[in-house]
Design a protein around this ligand. Structure first.
Ligand code: TYM
Length: 333
């Protein structure tokens, strides 16, 4: 029986990358009738320093974004990670399953720790083990994510397989990453070789879900491009990362393929394409940001949704943790 789990870190505002690469897909999976759990992974966020008030705000804002984008707290289980203690409990077991060598190869750790690895938190190093626990504590089978999470999901599979093998059980499922569509890697608007990210120092590099219409239009107008006209097929975008990015964003926002977009805009200049893309982005994003703003006015209601979601999540997680403890040899009396 399929079960979907995914999560987003409340480590800042949400970007167009989070929306197109993750949340939009979350909604599609919910609407296809599969059981879905979507988390705000606050324990992951604190692997780098977070101001407590900002962490609370960002956690609620993701919940508001989930709902504004079409997740329904009745149909999907929405909750923040720290309210379901089983995540951290299973992560400890996985700390004892995963190998240092596996974690040493994680590119996200290398990027985030930078040159000063000695000064990175232990949590940042063990981050992928907690992520595996998030998924496997629900025996989730499918995990929708953007391209950047692929390596972490491979590690999740390795952990599940090693646990099963070490204890001679067939207990944890080998999870399928779901990395599909035209927006699995939305790039920076300033640099076609860097991912659009909430942590990029330049706000012009990204579109935030909370940006107003003028800001969105300005950022798209100023997005870096080359001087050529658009090609009429995707193959023509191969050496043009900035152009490809804008075409992919357009495709994802309008639920078309990149080739369909180019069939319409091939031969046209960016001076025509960009205003159209700006209008499209404003049209799709402004209902989301205004709904988010409304929802954020009642944080009591958001916190209630998170608490209720956590109760439902725990119902699934608690028996799986108990079985794990039994397999490992922990006495429960
Ligand atoms: P995070 O918080 O960095 O990003 C959340 C989701 O958004 C996707 N994403 C993007 N997709 C396309 N283009 C982009 N520029 C872009 N930027 C972000 C990410 O791929 C992700 O799907 N480790 C995870 C959070 C996590 C998690 C989990 C995910 C913790 N436990 C369990 C799935 C399952 C992370 O840092 O995502």
């Amino acid at each position: 029986q399929p079960r979907v789990f995914s999560g987003i870190q409340p480590s800042g505002g949400l970007t167009l990358g989070n929306y197109l690469g993750a949340i939009k897909r979350f909604v599609q999976m919910q609407d296809s009738g599969i059981e879905t759990l979507y988390c705000m992974v606050d324990l992951h966020a604190i692997t780098v320093w977070q101001d407590p008030a900002k962490l609370r705000h960002a956690t609620r804002e993701i919940c508001a974004a989930y709902i504004a984008c079409g997740l329904d707290p009745e149909r999907s289980i929405l909750f923040n990670q720290s309210q379901v203690a089983e995540h951290a409990q299973l992560a400890w077991i996985f700390n004892c399953v995963a190998r240092m060598g596996w974690l040493n190869r994680m590119t996200q750790f290398k990027d985030k720790a930078g040159k000063n690895r000695e000064n990175a938190s232990v949590g940042l190093f063990a981050y992928p083990n907690l992520m595996a626990a998030d998924i496997l504590i629900y025996h989730a089978t499918h995990v929708p994510v953007g391209e950047d999470q692929k390596q972490h999901l491979e590690l999740t599979r390795d952990i599940a397989a090693k646990f099963n093998n070490d204890f001679g059980v067939d207990f944890f499922p080998i999870t399928e990453p779901v990395i599909e569509g035209t927006a699995t890697r939305v790039m920076s608007l300033r640099d076609g070789s860097a991912k659009m990210s909430k942590s990029d120092p330049s706000d012009m590099s990204r579109i935030n879900l909370t940006d107003d219409a003028d800001t969105i239009a300005k950022k798209i107008r100023k997005a870096r491009t080359d001087p050529e006209a658009l090609p009429s097929e995707v193959a023509g975008l191969a050496e043009r990362p900035e152009a490809r990015n804008l075409v992919n964003i357009c495709a994802a926002l309008s639920d078309r393929t990149a080739d369909e977009v180019l069939a319409e805009y091939g031969g046209r200049q960016f001076s025509e394409f960009k205003p159209m893309l700006a209008d499209l982005a404003v049209d799709r994003l402004s209902p989301i940001s205004s709904r988010m703003e409304e929802l954020m006015r009642d944080t009591t209601e958001i916190d209630r949704i998170l608490g209720a979601g956590a109760d439902r999540a725990r119902q699934i997680a608690a028996p799986i943790l108990k079985q794990t403890y039994d397999i490992v040899g922990m006495i429960r009396s």
